[in-house]
Write a protein that binds this ligand. Structure first.
Ligand SMILES: *Cc1c(COP(=O)(O)O)cnc(C)c1O
Length: 419
């Protein structure tokens, strides 16, 4: 059973100051999880988590993660600018972009970020753009084909198709790329791969690590390059559904350690640092979208209209993603009503839930939409003239801080040209 990190009395207090809808983040949960992450990889002295900025690009959140020892993973000019303004610099920034505009490489280089190249042709492009090849450089690997991990009753535990993904170097391109980069002055190399998203398995990172570790050993033999770090990227998932089991980061860290010992240490490469770029795992469960029931509609189905819409949380509309909903104050009431929970966009996919069994909802009830802390507010948009909501931080002492104001019509009109 999923419980919100906030109580009804707390929310009733918050809505006196901040009208719904809003995103609410749990500082305590974020910090505890970041510490568990760090502890799970403490066996690796160079370990660093580079939080994927795109998941939650909010200064207060980024600063909080920085206090917990995290860096940032950026993939655009504005994410680099944001990270710079939040105090990140140098080796605290990983720049993993694709189809990269020249100005982004320029800024990444100026900030001293570690550049993770997405393609072989970007080697010459980078050299031409910034006039040199940095001493530390990373390449993204795409092994192609299909990535599968174990079989369960429902089929494969994890299955993704790297071969269909636009990212990364092929295996032969990696060898050629490392050789070329070395000739151009690179001294320390990183290897990166992202093979599957939102994996609910403690085996994903260890399996990916094994592939990257073996590849690193081969590359070191073939090219003589010094492999300084291996970046396991994102992809560790969270249980959006109440019947799913959460990943255990301690077990994951231990699985990676085992592969590290077996592959890297035995090859004399025990100095390699492990990096991660998790977004969802770091934030999703520690943020929720709070909204209010504003209308009921009884036609061919039973609808509850709420004051949030897909502009605030796009995942259900975009991917049909499940987000658990708690009707506040009715946590233990029987789920004996079936509703579609809808927002107000003129798009029939603007539904937070379809045919969801919930307790009977009354007008004005507060609904918590769970696991919206990553890829939630950040995917927001202004379609239909709906504006993005505010973001609030619930502090460990129970107080609440506004960390992003809601958009106003002035924001909507700001880019328009009327004459
Ligand atoms: C999106 C992304 C991540 C984070 O992915 P999660 O699924 O949120 O963990 C990490 N690295 C790169 C390069 C990404 O594009």
């Amino acid at each position: 059973m999923k419980r919100p990190f906030v109580t009804l009395p707390q929310l009733q207090e918050i809505v006196k100051t901040y009208p719904t809808p809003f995103h609410l983040y749990d500082e305590k949960g974020i910090r505890e999880n970041a510490r568990a992450m760090k502890a799970a990889f403490a066996w690796n002295p160079g370990f660093k988590e580079y939080f994927a900025v795109k998941a939650t690009p909010t200064p207060a959140i980024l600063k909080l993660l920085r206090e917990e020892g995290c860096g940032v993973d950026c993939s655009s000019l504005t994410e680099l600018m944001l990270s710079d303004r939040c105090g990140f610099g140098g080796s605290e920034i990983m720049f993993s972009s694709n189809d990269t505009p020249a100005e982004e490489f320029v800024l990444a280089d100026k900030l001293g970020a570690t550049i993770n190249l997405d393609d072989f042709t970007h080697i010459d492009f980078l050299q031409k753009t910034i006039g040199h090849i940095p001493e530390t450089i990373s390449c993204r690997y795409n092994p192609g084909g299909t990535f599968t991990l174990g079989e369960s009753k429902e089929g494969f535990q994890v299955m993704d198709k790297p071969g269909d993904a636009k990212y990364g170097f092929t295996r032969p391109q990696l060898t050629e790329g490392f050789k070329k980069l070395k000739e151009m002055g690179a001294k320390h190399f990183g290897l990166h791969a992202f093979l599957a998203s939102n994996t609910l398995s403690n085996d994903y990172y260890p399996a990916l690590a094994r592939i990257l570790f073996q590849t690193a050993v081969e590359l070191q033999k073939e090219t003589g390059c010094h492999i300084a770090f291996i970046n396991l990227s994102g992809g560790v998932g969270v249980p959006y559904r109440p019947d799913q089991t959460a990943n255990d980061i301690a077990v994951i860290g231990e699985g990676v350690r085992k592969a590290y010992e077996e592959v890297l240490v035995s090859a004399g490469m025990g100095d390699v640092s492990i990096f991660t770029e998790l977004g969802r795992f770091m934030l999703a469960p520690y943020g929720c979208l709070v909204t209010k029931a504003t209308h009921f509609k009884h036609t061919y189905k039973e609808y509850v209209g709420v004051d949030a819409c897909a502009a605030n949380l796009m995942r259900p509309a975009m991917y049909g993603a499940y987000h658990h909903i708690t009707v506040m104050g009715k946590e233990d009431a029987p789920c004996d009503h079936v509703y579609d929970v809808t927002g107000g966009l003129c798009e029939n996919n603007d539904k937070f839930a379809i045919d969801r069994a919930l307790p009977e909802i009354d007008l004005g009830d507060l609904l918590v939409i769970h696991d919206a802390g990553a890829h939630g507010h950040s995917m927001g948009y202004q379609y239909n003239g709906r504006l993005r909501s505010s973001e609030l931080l619930l502090r460990p002492d129970g107080s609440v801080k506004l960390i992003r104001r809601a958009e106003t019509p002035a924001d909507y009109f700001a880019t328009m040209v009327f004459d």
